[in-house]
Design a binder for this molecule. Sequence first.
Ligand code: XMP
Length: 513
Amino acid sequence: RLLIVDFGSQVTQLIARRLREDGIYCEIHPFNRVDAAFLVKFAPKAVILSGGPSSVYWDDAPLPDPAIFSAGVPVLGICYGQQAMMHVLGGHVEGGTSREFGRAFIEKVVEDPFLDGLFAGAGGEQVWMSHGDHVSEMASGFGVIAKSPGAPYAVIADPERRFYGTQFHPEVYHTTNGARILRNFTHGVAGFTGDWTMAAYKAEAIARIQAQVGTGRVICGLSGGVDSSVAAVLIHEAIGDQLTCVYVDHGLMRQGESEQVVGLFRDHYNIPLVHVDASDLFLGALDGVSDPEQKRKTIGRLFIEVFDEEAGKLGGADFLAQGTLYPDVIESVSVSGGPSMTIKSHHNVGGLPERMKMQLVEPLRELFKDEVRALGRELGLPESFIGRHPFPGPGLAIRIPGAVTREKADTLRKADAIYLDEIRKAGLYDEIWQAFSVLLPVNTVGVMGDVRTYEAVLALRAVTSVDGMTADYYPFTHDFLGRVATRIINEVKGVSRVVYDVTSKPPGTIEWE
Ligand code: XMP
């Protein structure tokens, strides 16, 4: 396996992603946790030093532990990683004079297997730069293998020790042959064969869970979403009935959701599952609450209370399982100080009372969403579960602007089910990141069968996105939208007008509240 040492670059995640796409198992760890003892334990076959926002001359500059360079394994330093490597090994880094951002072209100076196969055509090789400082003097043993107008040491190598450095970012899309450069390092220099698969990951993950949990008891909060479902099935495969799942129905789930979750886990997988119908409690507490933040806080607090109570009924547990993903982890690790875990408010169980004293089991911590889906397939989860659109923890409450009532939730559920049914029938479900309806607190006048109506407006939303951070509205045909509107107005009492939301994110958010 390969170790990525993180110095805080925005694109460190992309290095991991590229490597896994190439069949290499890797883990990212913050620079300040990687010392001699860590290296012995982790036993990497190669190390990559990521980029980062710092300058090696800052007082508290993050630097790689020298043990990395005496471990006898190949090292690739990228951008700041290259500069930090030079700084530690005795080279020199200079600030400011030749900044380069964006596209640049490198020119080969000497032949080296690291650049093998590149520069086939005429002209330079396009790479992506983002640096203020640059290496101005190499450490001994290194030679230049490519340069750019702003970086005389765009690619450097010490083939003897198998140390390489690039000033540019091979992991980003705009470095035309970046994937190939990484492969030259991993396969060519470090000898990886690219045979890592999700099946291998599954076996490793199961062994890790068994080692961590021993004979302890684990509880896992299920939301019906992909992450917690995959975590639960994986843990169950590892430790069987030492696991109990708790599914809290707050009365704000989508149509048929509770039946599907309970059916899959209890009946199909035979996993012990506590199904708590807490809809009276939640809807009662939400009565008259119309401020979006107040709704979220109320729901978050009740979730914890209900979960705590159920855990108590089960006689307590030693471990709490969560479907935390890699992006959740990396967002909360600060460069200078190591871990400062701020689990997002919607990872509700992050706020469990101190006295519960449970350790966390987070088997998906190293994975990206699409990798979790691949693991889910490996575990045999049905495609209908794996491909599900994301659904927020507070559920339909944040899709009903204004005060929430059971009646409104029922109306919204019916309309939403029709909308999703039409999307599926049109074969569009998998093209869309997320599609849902919003029941507005606005009545408008209509006419149905010569009778005046005065009922609610329903807004339809559908967006495309890669990660939920930015999004664009989905360009349905007018024909499709017309068909959905007709069905909803005909079939759902309480809705007399349908509109489509064409706001992107930013400036809008995906959800309305
Ligand atoms: P926004 O509305 O911020 O949403 O553009 C981005 C993504 O996050 C989901 N979301 C949530 N998920 N609990 C969750 O589990 C929440 O409180 C929450 N709020 C938003 C949203 O559905 C979208 O996929």
